[in-house]
Design a protein around this ligand. Structure first.
Ligand SMILES: Cc1cc2nc3c(=O)[nH]c(=O)nc-3n(C[C@H](O)[C@H](O)[C@H](O)COP(=O)(O)OP(=O)(O)OC[C@H]3O[C@@H](n4cnc5c(N)ncnc54)[C@H](O)[C@@H]3O)c2cc1C
Length: 149
């Protein structure tokens, strides 16, 4: 799968301890009418329990300038309450973090869940979105971040 180039997102949620984020590239546009997207989240990730409980998630599509955020949210935070310290974000209509500077942001209501061994596929109905900057996307390929040439 390392030979499959993807964009990079940060999937955010609101848990009992506040805003939460997780870098994710298993993200897919599924249907236009209604607008549905899919994410795949590992069972042991904290995001998994939060999304299951809150039944909402948001997705920020990262620009190539946001590699540091991709690194931050792919690492287990020692202090989850302060995971967003210094991270510029606004809130979606339902109060989920949308990262500032992202190429686009979605807010989704959980529509269905499919168990897939050690991951769960969360199908989300897009209920709000914000268009972002025009800059190039952040790309993940062979375990490295890059930008389109
Ligand atoms: C480019 C990229 C794309 C990615 N795409 C996806 C994706 O699509 N889906 C996906 O599920 N993940 C993906 N990941 C991995 C994900 O970003 C990280 O696992 C991230 O830390 C998850 O955040 P979290 O807060 O939800 O989970 P965390 O709470 O940070 O848990 C992350 C991992 O830490 C382990 N852990 C839990 N508690 C402890 C502890 N006390 N000590 C040590 N380890 C512990 C968990 O078992 C889990 O495997 C991706 C990573 C990268 C770099």
């Amino acid at each position: 799968m390392g030979n499959w180039a993807t964009g990079v997102t940060v999937v955010t949620s609101q848990g009992p301890r506040g805003p939460h984020g997780m870098t994710a590239n298993a993200f897919l546009s599924v249907s236009l009418e209604p607008p549905l997207v899919l994410i795949s989240v590992g069972h042991t990730n904290e995001s998994h329990a939060i999304i299951k409980g809150s039944r909402r998630f948001a997705v920020s599509l990262l620009s190539d300038a946001q590699e540091p955020l991709a690194v931050t949210f792919a690492t287990r935070r020692p202090d989850p309450e302060n995971a967003f310290l210094g991270v510029p974000y606004t809130l979606s209509p339902a109060g989920l973090p949308w990262l500032q500077g992202a190429l686009g942001c979605l807010e989704c209501e959980l529509q269905a869940e499919v168990e897939a061994q050690d991951h769960t596929l969360f199908l989300g109905r897009v209920c709000a979105l914000r268009e972002g900057g025009a800059g190039p996307a952040l790309i993940y390929f062979r375990s490295s971040y890059t930008a389109p040439r």
